[in-house]
Design a protein around this ligand. Structure first.
Ligand code: UDP
Ligand code: MG
Length: 322
């Protein structure tokens, strides 16, 4: 229950990694905007993802001055996925919003998103950005990634779908119940199902500070997404294996027949070496694909905590290490 009878609670989760430069801009602006939305009580859950700058001090200051501010500070950098999970797990609101600290997720959309989940019967409202202004190469690879993952996995992810979403309690509970250590939230959001409304907004530049994504990090992220939500690559390995074995067998019969009919054949270096290289390549590729999945299993069976809290102003059980 909110402060007033019938008031519903909205938790806003903000993962922050070295965001001291933009936090003030974000907090002042967002607080002002939500204070003008009536009928709801808004709480902020900031998750400091092991920042090395003064992010955590700023968050503590906010918490001291504002009753509506909660913070969770990690013992080290666990990544945005873990930060989002910690926020969701510690949220209690009827509706939960995830947004970035850098003003790339316009707070002006909050009211519209809230309306979708509280009045229009949706469980989720996701605000996707257009790719205007993104580097051409990055846009190209992103588009390819989304069309690929939509084809080979059971989840449906529109291009540009981000983590900026407002969700109902039911959906949040479903997401928190998915305790996998290696999290690919875009896939998880889609996997749990529920009715989602998609809205779009123009790409905005970061208000200050720098993006934490390099091209290499994005590539790894894409690979993680695919291996987390599709076993298609494993099937490619078996499929190619079958094709190669079948053709090798036919070739084997051909060689035997040829030897029987026209005697021993000394030349043949080129074809031998080509075949060895070709099959060797496929074996290595298949091992690589297997390796990707095995490493996932390995990390998953260790069942390590998704994040470790160093400091927080949210009550935690004294003996809880997660
Ligand atoms: N972030 C985080 N942990 C990380 C990297 C990023 O919590 O390891 C947060 C970051 O503080 C921001 C959000 O995730 O609030 C999005 O990060 P960023 O702006 O760097 O990504 P981009 O907008 O470029 O995709
Ligand atoms: Mg950003």
């Amino acid at each position: 229950m909110g402060k007033y009878d019938g008031e519903r609670i909205v938790d806003i989760i903000i993962p922050c990694f070295n965001e001291s430069e933009v936090l003030d801009i974000y907090f002042i602006e967002t607080k002002k905007i939500v204070s003008e939305i009536y009928g709801y009580e808004f709480n902020f859950i900031f998750v400091d993802d092991g920042s090395k700058d003064s992010t955590v001090d700023i968050l503590k200051k906010y918490a001291k001055e504002n009753e509506c501010v909660k913070y969770i500070s990690f013992s080290r950098n666990f990544g945005k996925e873990s930060a989002m999970y910690a926020g969701l797990k510690n949220s209690v609101g009827d509706y939960v919003l995830i947004m970035d600290a850098d003003m790339q997720n316009p707070p002006t959309l909050i009211e519209k998103m809230l309306k979708a989940v509280s009045e229009e019967g949706y469980d989720c409202c996701s605000a996707n950005r257009t790719r205007n202004g993104d580097p051409a190469l990055r846009t190209y690879f992103s588009r390819k990634f989304y069309s690929l993952i939509n084809k080979i996995s059971e989840v449906d992810m529109p291009d540009g779908a981000g983590d900026f979403r407002m969700m109902s309690r039911k959906m949040v509970n479903a997401i928190v119940a998915m305790g996998e250590v290696q999290r690919f939230s875009k896939g998880i959001f889609s996997w749990v199902g529920f009715k989602t409304k998609w809205i779009y907004f123009e790409n905005v530049e970061r208000a200050a500070g720098q993006t934490k994504w390099s091209f290499w990090k994005l590539f790894k992220y894409a690979l993680d997404g695919i291996t987390a939500f599709s076993t298609f690559p494993l099937r490619i390995a078996s499929f190619v294996g079958c094709i190669v074995s079948a053709s090798s067998f036919i070739y084997l019969i051909y060689i035997i027949m040829k030897t029987i009919i026209s005697g021993k054949d000394i030349p043949g270096y080129a074809s031998t070496i080509t075949l060895i290289l070709f099959i060797g390549g496929i074996i290595i590729l298949s091992c690589g694909i297997l390796g990707e999945y095995i490493s996932k299993i390995y990390m998953e069976v260790k069942n390590r905590p998704i994040y470790i809290v160093r400091e927080t102003n949210i009550d935690q059980p004294k003996n809880d290490y997660r």
